[in-house]
Design a protein around this ligand. Structure first.
Ligand SMILES: [Zn+2]
Length: 143
């Protein structure tokens, strides 16, 4: 009898790429944060979708985000997370608002969690998961 039944899967989950989200992940490899844009009603859209959630058009394109954002809300995990994220503790999950008019779930990094506040200005910084995936995290804007 093997002991693998009791082992913990420490493999990080990877994004499930869809045809309509592939451009986002391709641009991320080059450090570009893309936001979907509806060519019919001009809505900016995040996360990537097949149809515009405002007008149901499939006529979607992409714009390049400035990478700037403001913290809308956040929560810091110090314990009690899935085992494959233990090595990251403590970490802060946040919603940030981009000037392009979309709200993005992300992590706030490169600062003490105690220094994070609602309304804080942040900027995108990339974290490599593997050769195919770079995740957009955000760090405080240094004044
Ligand atoms: Zn639309």
């Amino acid at each position: 009898m093997s002991n693998t039944e009791n082992s913990i899967d420490m493999t990080r989950p990877l994004p499930d790429v869809q045809p309509w989200s592939r451009p986002f992940w391709e641009a991320a490899k080059n450090g570009e944060l893309l936001v979907q844009h509806c060519m019919d009603c001009a809505a900016n859209i995040f996360y990537p979708r097949k149809y515009c959630p405002e007008c149901w058009s499939g006529n979607l394109d992409w714009i390049k985000s400035s990478g700037k954002a403001v913290v809308y809300s956040f929560s810091t995990a110090y314990d009690m997370v899935e085992p494959r994220f233990w090595e990251d503790l403590p970490y802060t999950i946040a919603f940030v608002d981009l000037p392009e008019g979309v709200r993005m779930m992300t992590r706030i990094v490169e600062c003490d969690p105690e220094d994070i506040s609602i309304g804080m200005e942040v900027k995108v910084t990339w974290r490599k998961l593997n050769d195919d995936f770079f995740l957009p995290y955000f760090r405080p804007v240094k004044s």
